[in-house]
Design a protein around this ligand. Structure first.
Ligand code: BES
Ligand code: ZN
Ligand code: ZN
Length: 497
């Protein structure tokens, strides 16, 4: 991990001293700094630095302990946003500034937790976690060493008892490791990350965390009757995999939850081929699968009293002489049939088999799937909320709450009976695309998935709009976000009885 984080009660010397200020009474906030700069108030006034959200003022200082004072604005509290998100972004800005100035040490005086309406542990966890996330860089293929991820020592200066706050830092580092590993996997291009390579990485990470794994190869997938995964994978020279990862808490009466993640290593659209511009980023189409397995690695360390089974179907969607055709009728693991009218709606086909496998072979209290499923999701919600769809209010509320706590925010879309006929076909149980009249592509996809979960409480997360290349400048916008990992960890922690 390139960012080494420590907690301290007093401010150490550092190249960069980060000062977080709220958007009011700035001068009073600048009175007790570890370094006094006579002209600071004048500079703040001259530069019109008001502490507004995202504003930064960099002040070079000639002091034995510090080189730069960096003021970052936290803005004002608003009822529509979480104030803690402003702190997360301010942390990210400070880390980026260090990288920019090639500074190797950073000290930040954290504000009081009450300012954000959170506990001191939560404040430390999120400050550390988002600093790590901001520092991560996909640099695997950069041969110029000066462009690699920066090594920075960060000290978070806090008021509270360090022994009490230390576990928050440990949790932050575990989560950061998982989020950044997810991002690494999503950023790896499909020529380097095939279904088999990803399955191997998943097994390695799961074994390392002490989790049980099971991997089915393509012949076994076909033999089990998983016509959805087969239909998608058959056009590819790469073999499909189905990976299962299991965390047992030691109590069979504890709630059992399944997490299912879409793992399309590359989505060309298949014979219903995508236009070049839409295909360009389609290495991201396994972000759901990556989030599931990395979340489970954290869960294994935190040891909640919940049993969790992760399931990730992995395949590549390619056009070729052996590819599935538009118009083909296929049969899934649960015996249901579908007419594949469009081979680019492939995520739902692999998820259908995975979901039915899970509800058939495990006694589940809940099942949650996560997928870069529909381009329509971006039009519905933009980049800042993933879509949540569920007919189970209690589970939906738990997922929403986990989103709020973790920062992986979700917004619930409706799934009422009116939408359900959208996937009807005249010649099979289902069609894999809706008739044009139904419009709402993100909801329609969930209507398809709903046929594969029996009566197990189920929630669906569409992260096509939040997994990669998002409009937020704070955490390297042109690469993967690792969305879903933090949400899953908080959800599982909350499901403990
Ligand atoms: N992987 C795509 C969805 C996607 C789009 C993910 C943009 C990330 C960013 C998915 O398999 C897909 O192609 N969906 C189609 C469905 C349509 C054919 C019903 C889509 O959204 O256009
Ligand atoms: Zn597709
Ligand atoms: Zn896809």
């Amino acid at each position: 991990m390139a960012l080494q984080i420590k907690l301290a009660n007093s401010c150490p010397s550092a190249e960069v001293l980060g000062i977080l200020v709220t958007e009011d009474h700035i001068s009073t906030q600048l009175t007790n700094l570890p370094v006094q700069v006579d002209y600071l108030n004048q500079l703040v006034a001259d530069r019109k630095f008001k502490g507004s959200k995202g504003a930064q003022l960099i002040v070079p200082v000639s002091h034995a302990n510090y080189k730069y004072l960096v003021l970052v604005g936290l803005g004002k509290k608003k009822s529509t946003d979480h104030y803690i998100e402003n702190l997360r972004r301010a942390m990210a800005e400070l880390v980026k500034t260090c990288e920019h100035y090639n500074a190797k040490t950073l000290a930040i005086n954290l504000p009081q937790a009450e300012l954000f309406g959170v506990t001191p542990a939560y404040l430390v966890e999120h400050a550390a976690l988002f600093a790590q996330i901001a520092n991560h860089k996909f640099d695997t293929y950069l041969t110029d060493l000066s462009k690699k991820e920066a090594n920075i020592e960060l000290t978070l200066v806090v008021d509270g008892d360090l022994v009490v706050l230390q576990p928050a830092l440990v949790k932050a580092n575990l989560l950061a490791q998982a989020v950044n590993q997810t991002r690494e996997w999503v950023d790896l291009p499909a020529n380097h990350l095939t279904p088999t390579v990803l399955a191997d990485k998943m097994v390695a990470i799961a074994k390392n965390a002490g989790l049980k794994t099971m991997v089915f190869n393509e012949a076994e997938i076909i033999q089990m009757g998983m016509g959805g995964i087969h239909a998608v994978s058959r056009g590819s020279a790469e073999e499909a995999r189905l990976v299962l990862v299991e965390y047992r808490c030691g109590d069979d009466n504890a709630p059992t939850v399944a997490l299912v993640g879409k793992g399309i290593l590359y989505d060309t659209g298949g014979l219903s081929i995508k236009p070049a511009a839409s295909m360009e980023t389609m290495k991201e189409d396994m972000a759901g699968a990556a989030a599931v397995v990395n979340a489970m690695a954290v869960i294994a360390q935190l040891k909640p009293k919940v049993n969790v089974i992760g399931c990730t179907p992995l395949a590549e969607n390619m056009p070729s002489g052996t590819a599935g055709r538009p118009g083909d009728i296929i049969t899934f693991y649960n015996g249901k049939t579908a007419e594949v009218k469009n081979t680019d709606a492939e995520g739902r086909l692999i998820l259908a088999d995975a979901l039915s496998y899970m509800v058939t072979n495990y006694k589940l209290d809940a099942i949650v799937d996560i997928a870069t499923l529909t381009g329509a999701c971006e039009y519905a919600l933009g980049n800042f909320f993933s879509a949540l769809i569920s007919e189970h209010d209690e589970l939906a509320a738990q997922v929403k709450q986990a989103g709020e706590i973790s920062g992986d925010r979700v917004w619930r879309l409706p799934l009422t009976d009116d939408y359900k006929p959208c996937m009807n076909s005249n010649i099979a149980d289902l069609s894999n695309i809706s008739s044009g009249r139904y419009k709402a592509g993100t909801i329609n996809a969930s209507c398809f998935l709903q046929h594969f979960v029996k009566d197990v409480p189920w929630a669906h997360l569409d992260i096509a709009n939040t997994a990669y290349d998002i409009a937020l400048p704070y955490y390297r916008p042109d690469t993967a976000t690792g969305v879903g990992v933090k949400l899953f960890v908080e959800l599982v922690l909350a499901l403990q009885k």
